[in-house]
Ligand binder design. Structure first.
Ligand code: DGJ
Length: 527
């Protein structure tokens, strides 16, 4: 699809300045942030090198006002984030059709640069949490050109119908203008690393849209790509191939949303090819589609979304307690693992989830929601966790995709039950038992759900152990040749205390106390 982008004044001026050589030229193609396979992992490359997002997502309205955002930076810096996830809203950048105003997003980028922080921008376009409240007034008020979705009983919803080409074209045009602008103002500095396209897409309160456009669409033959993604050989209409019911309705809706997103993302990437993703509002187990926002990039719809929108990857917003279960469902070949909304910031489980996600799933990033709302940021466990993960970043990145890392944390059930039973893992020639109940702290003073860490095999007989509240034992006949506390400074190990005696229980265990985040290097031997 070719889109003509009406040139806005600020965009025109920046383009002119660029031609006149007043601004640095855009990045060479290989320097633009991109995704790359390494072993069985997908990494995010920034400035040509792998990057780990230690992030936090701003509350929805925080970045809409520059003075308001400015006040949040002390908190963001105290939390040791390296990346902030911030919305860009369609109504703010295109208040009048075809006239773009990038003042606010330019200011957001300038503030991020001043605070030495990168950005992931969230395109609040046609949909934000299912609804269409971030679209400009000229879209909201023109229901003929931009029809809304309808539920099964025919009721109009405040949700733009994704089956309408005019809506798709308008969203894609605005998004392409944004990406064109970003290329001009940020192509050289690359403060912006990635883009989320729309936000938590999902149909409510029915499993699919019943507007006139959607009804007509639903009677057409199932596209070949959907048949392939679902392994069907039969052809014909949706209900003929898949049978009538909610599951079929949701599948159709997922395909329709996915095609819309692909058109928007594709138009943006044509202008400036940053990595892009879609985020999912996860489905409550046991609830029918429509009872939850139906047809988003959910685990059970992964394949149809991938077929519909190959230009984006898929990421879960995990607010349910069973973080590990949901995250694992998005670790699929070629899909980078990213938690853009890892529950609310300030939750005691956040650090353990971060260590686990990086260690177990080679994640490109972790980011709790409403990050600026954390009280006492310097004293929040996430601050210490991110400080340590920041130091470890070069080591983690060097071991991604090599099968040499593991993450450990007690799994939590959907009902919040914590399973603090020890876990066993084999790495190389060694088997380790990881316990989450600290042996030397009264049990009633421990929050097991907050305990966790990662282990990296550095050499045949040497491991890096990092995190908080975990204790490792290695079985009979395996001794601790040496255990060193330490830090990584600019990627180099700087040794601290030699841990022995009581600190390793006279050779019986390696322990990361629960009241802090620490790293130890451990060399094993057999006796
Ligand atoms: C998920 C959404 O994606 C966010 O924008 C925000 O609305 C949170 N829910 C609120 O918990």
């Amino acid at each position: 699809m070719t889109l003509s982008i009406q040139t806005a004044k600020p965009l025109f001026l920046t383009a002119l300045a660029l031609c006149a050589g007043l601004l640095a030229p855009p990045a060479r193609a290989e320097e633009i942030p991109r995704l790359a396979r390494r072993g069985d992992a997908t990494q995010l490359l920034v400035d040509g090198k792998p990057f780990l997002i230690l992030g936090g997502e701003l509350g929805n309205s925080t970045a809409s006002s520059l003075p308001y955002l400015e006040k949040q930076w002390p908190t963001l810096k105290a939390l040791n984030l390296n990346t902030v996830l911030a919305p860009v809203q369609w109504d703010q950048i295109e208040p009048v059709e075809g006239r773009f105003d990038f003042t606010v997003i330019d200011g957001v980028i300038a503030q991020a640069r001043a605070h030495d922080t990168r950005l992931v921008l969230l395109w609040f376009g046609s949909w934000k949490n299912s609804m269409s409240t971030y679209v400009p007034a000229w879209v909201k008020r023109d229901g003929r050109r931009f029809p809304l979705a309808r539920s099964a009983d025919g009721k109009v919803q405040e949700i733009l119908s994704p089956a309408v080409p005019a809506t798709m074209a308008a969203d894609a045009k605005a998004f392409a203008a944004l990406m064109t602008h970003l290329k001009v103002i940020d192509g050289d500095k690359r403060t912006v690393l990635m883009i989320q396209v729309e936000n938590e897409i999902g149909m409510l309160p029915s499993a699919r849209d019943h507007s006139a456009a959607a009804e007509a669409d639903f009677q057409k033959p199932v596209p070949a790509a959907v048949l392939k993604a679902t392994g069907k050989t039969e052809t014909g209409r949706w209900e003929r191939v898949f049978g009538p019911g909610d599951a079929t309705d949701e599948l159709y809706q997922a395909w329709t949303y996915g095609r819309f997103v692909e058109a928007v993302a594709g138009a943006g990437q044509k202008a400036y090819p940053l990595p892009m993703y879609v985020n999912a509002a996860l489905n409550r187990p046991g609830v029918a589609p429509g009872g939850y926002p139906s047809a988003g990039p959910l685990p059970h719809l992964y394949d149809v979304w991938k077929a519909a929108a190959p230009s984006v990857f898929q990421a879960p917003d995990i607010y349910y307690p069973d973080f590990t279960r949901w995250a694992a469902l998005y670790d699929r070949p070629g899909n980078p693992v990213f938690a853009p909304e890892a529950d609310q910031a300030g939750k005691a489980e956040a650090p353990a989830n971060a260590f686990w996600l990086f260690g177990q799933h080679d994640a490109i990033g972790f980011s709790p929601f409403s990050i600026e709302s954390v009280g006492d940021p310097a004293g929040n466990p996430l601050s210490g966790a991110y400080a340590l993960l920041g130091e470890l970043t070069p080591v983690i990145l060097a071991h991604q995709g090599q099968g040499a890392m593991r993450g450990f944390r007690p799994p939590v059930g959907y009902d919040g039950t914590v399973d603090a039973a020890p876990q066993t893992a084999t790495m190389g020639d060694w088997t380790m038992k990881v316990s989450f109940v600290d042996p030397w702290t009264p049990k009633d003073k421990q929050l097991f759900a907050g305990h966790g860490g990662l282990v990296i095999q550095l050499a045949a007989d040497e491991f890096l152990v990092a995190g908080s509240g975990i204790t490792l034992t290695f079985g009979e006949g395996v001794g601790l040749e040496r255990v060193r506390e330490g830090r990584y400074v600019d990627g180099q190990w700087v040794e601290g205390r030699w841990l022995n005696g009581d600190q390793i229980h006279q050779g019986r265990h390696v322990r990361l106390p629960p009241d802090a985040f620490g790293a130890q290097r451990v060399k094993l031997y057999r006796y």
